[in-house]
Write a protein that binds this ligand. Sequence first.
Ligand SMILES: [Zn+2]
Length: 257
Amino acid sequence: MTMNSCCYMCDLPGTTVEHVPPRSIFPESKDVGGQDYRKNLITVLSCPAHNNQKSHDDEFLMVSLAGIIGNNSIGYQHKFTKVDRAIRRSANTLLNKAVTKKQKVTKIRLDNNRFIDVISGTPDVTRLLQCFDRIVRGLHQHHFSQQLKGEVQVLLGYLFYSDPSSKNFTQFVADKVVLELDGKPRFGENQEVFYYQITDPDQYNLFLFRLCFYGGLNIYAAVLPEGVKRPFDLGSELINLGVKTIITLGEKSYEIN
Ligand SMILES: [Zn+2]
């Protein structure tokens, strides 16, 4: 067995095929006026156990992502067709799983192609982070033809954090990633629905993924390959200690804690 015929998550043989990200987040053509947003979807090999585990997360992720802030009209349409059908089928348990506290949704239309949904409520962040961790590992396998052994740290760029510190930190990471990804290619054949970008590795071999769903929903993930020592980063040490910290990036500065 060559290394590339292994499951992307473990060392068992990859006997099944898994879509990364899940196929359910790509609209079916019947729901989007015949348009094909499922061209050459990315797949990786997976063992049956990991594939089965992941399939439970697919609908959860679909409901969590479609129809929220920053989405383009495709994400929005997806929400009102396939996603709502799935929610109705599950008698709302899907939605209740995706957003753990009572939610209120306000829709604002900005222009022909952009909508804002402000969802107040607390999403199931732990489960979302697990889903994105898997997606990043899948994309790594696909991109580098190599299993990712090491740590992944996911930041949900689209969440509204109510405390200013988390908000500033998210903004800082987002701005930093934008700078580092300037001019870098976007991968994926259905970019209105999904694409990803990767930064160059820094001096510690640490690099970042940006995943972009529905034209504006960003997830950032830092990848720390196995065997690489975690860099001592004064900024994050201070943040972890709760010390008020100001990080500057270019002309902007971000106050954290
Ligand atoms: Zn496996």
